[in-house]
Design a protein around this ligand. Structure first.
Ligand SMILES: Cc1ncc(COP(=O)(O)O)c(C=O)c1O
Length: 359
C-alpha cells in the first residue's frame, strides 16, 4: 500500500509516472530492450533526451538565448561548478545566506573564486529572506546567488530581489513550481529529486552569452560550454533520471503547466499554514509569514515533548517523512508538485485531531 510521502527529497512522484516506468522498464518502445540498456546515441534514447529538454523550455518559457543542461553530480556539484565557470578574472560572487543550503553554496564557492555573504540570517536563526536594502553588494560582483527555497528551514524567496547584478539561483526544491523571470537570471540550477525525477541529475539553465566568458581552464566535465555545445551528451548522460523526468514533465503539462503547479502549491501551503495559525499556539511556524515556503512547511509543537507522538500518530495513519531535518528538529511537511491535495488534507485533519485529543 502506498503511503502519503512527505519526504524532502527524494520525494513523492506521480503514481501514473511510476506505473508507466514499471510497465516499460523491461522493454521500451518496441526496442527489444530497456531504456537503461540502450546506447545514449540511439534515436530512441535521443527522442527522450531532447523531448525532456524541449518540455523544460516549453513549460518554463525558457528564451532562445538560454541553454538547458543535464549534469550529473546533483546541486552540490553546482556549488563548485558555478563559480568555476563564472568567476573569471577579478570578479566576485555575492551570496545571500538564507540557511543551510545557501551556506553550503557559499562555502564550496570559496574554493573556486572570491565569494562573500551579501547578507546572512544566521544570527536570527534563518527565519526570513532579506529586503533589498539589507543586501551589501561589493564592487566587481559578477552575480548574486540565491537559494530560492531553503528545503531545511522552509524559507522561500516569494519575490526576486531587484539588484543591479545578474541573479543566479539554486532552485532545487521549487523548480517547476512557479515561472522564472529570465531577464533577471544568468543561471538557475537544481537537483531534480524533489519536483521532477529520481536523483542523479542536476538541471542547469544558463544564459548562452555568458558561456563565451566561462573558464576554459577546467577539466572538461566542469565546463558549462562543453555541456551546452554537446547537448548534454559530452559523456554518457544520467539516462534513468532524464527518462523519468520526461514523463513528469508531460504530467505537469497535462495538468496545466507551471501556472497550474504554482496555484496548486499555494493552495496546499495555505491550508497547512492556516491550520498552524489557527491552532492557538499549539503549532507554530518559525518562519516569518512573507518568507514561508510553499514547498517545505516547517513547524514546531509548543510542547516539544509531543512532537515524537505527533510523528508516530502520523505514521500510523500512513503519513510518513514528516520528521524535521536533524539540524532543526520539529516537523517538516514537504509538499511538492506531486503531493495531492488529499494528502495535505489528511495532514491537516491529523493536526486538528491531535490538538484536540491532547489539548
Ligand atoms: C536547496 C537545496 N540545494 C542543494 C541541495 C543538494 O542537492 P544534491 O543532493 O542534488 O546535491 C539540496 C538537497 O536537498 C537542496 O534542498
Amino acid at each position: 500500500m502506498r503511503v502519503v510521502n512527505f519526504n524532502a527529497g527524494p520525494s513523492t512522484l506521480p503514481v501514473s509516472v511510476l506505473e508507466a516506468v514499471r510497465d516499460e522498464i523491461v522493454e521500451f518502445d518496441d526496442s527489444g530492450m530497456s531504456i537503461i540498456e540502450m546506447s545514449h546515441r540511439s534515436d530512441t534514447y535521443e527522442a527522450v533526451h531532447f523531448g525532456a529538454a524541449d518540455l523544460i523550455r516549453e513549460l518554463l518559457a525558457v528564451p532562445d538565448g538560454f541553454d538547458v543542461l543535464f549534469v550529473q553530480g546533483g546541486a552540490t556539484m553546482q556549488f563548485g561548478m558555478l563559480p568555476m565557470n563564472l568567476l573569471t578574472g577579478a570578479s566576485k560572487g555575492g551570496y545571500v545566506d538564507t540557511g543551510a543550503w545557501a551556506s553550503k553554496a557559499l562555502a564550496d564557492g570559496s574554493h573556486h573564486g572570491e565569494v562573500y555573504a551579501a547578507w546572512t540570517g544566521r544570527d536570527t536563526r534563518y527565519t526570513r529572506v532579506p529586503t533589498v536594502a539589507e543586501l551589501s553588494l561589493r564592487e566587481g560582483t559578477r552575480y548574486l546567488h540565491l537559494t530560492s527555497n531553503e528545503t531545511i528551514g522552509g524559507v522561500q524567496y516569494r519575490a526576486w530581489p531587484d539588484v543591479p547584478v545578474p541573479l543566479v539561483a539554486d532552485m532545487s526544491s521549487d523548480f517547476m513550481s512557479r515561472p522564472i523571470p529570465w531577464e533577471r537570471f544568468d543561471v538557475v540550477y537544481g537537483g531534480v529529486q524533489k519536483n521532477l525525477a529520481p536523483s542523479g541529475l542536476a538541471l542547469v539553465i544558463v544564459r548562452r552569452s555568458i558561456l563565451e566568458h566561462t573558464s576554459r581552464e577546467l577539466a572538461s566535465y566542469f565546463r558549462y560550454d562543453l555541456h551546452a555545445s554537446s547537448n548534454s551528451m559530452y559523456n554518457t548522460p544520467p539516462v534513468f533520471p532524464i527518462y523519468v523526468m520526461e514523463k513528469v514533465l508531460r504530467w505537469i503539462r497535462d495538468r496545466g503547466g507551471v501556472a497550474a503547479m504554482a496555484e496548486a502549491a499555494e493552495e496546499r501551503a495555505a491550508l497547512v499554514y492556516r491550520t498552524i495559525d489557527e491552532s492557538d499556539g499549539f503549532y507554530a511556524s518559525p518562519v516569518e509569514p512573507t518568507s514561508r515556503s510553499n514547498m517545505n512547511v516547517v513547524f514546531r509543537l509548543a510542547d516539544r515533548d509531543l512532537e515524537a507522538a505527533f510523528i508516530a500518530e502520523a505514521a500510523r495513519r500512513g503519513l510518513v517523512g514528516l520528521t524535521g531535518h536533524r539540524s532543526v528538529g520539529g516537523v517538516r511537511a514537504s509538499i511538492y508538485n506531486a503531493m495531492p491535495m488529499s494528502g495535505v488534507e489528511a495532514l491537516c485533519e491529523l493536526m486538528d485531531e491531535f490538538r484536540s485529543g491532547t489539548g
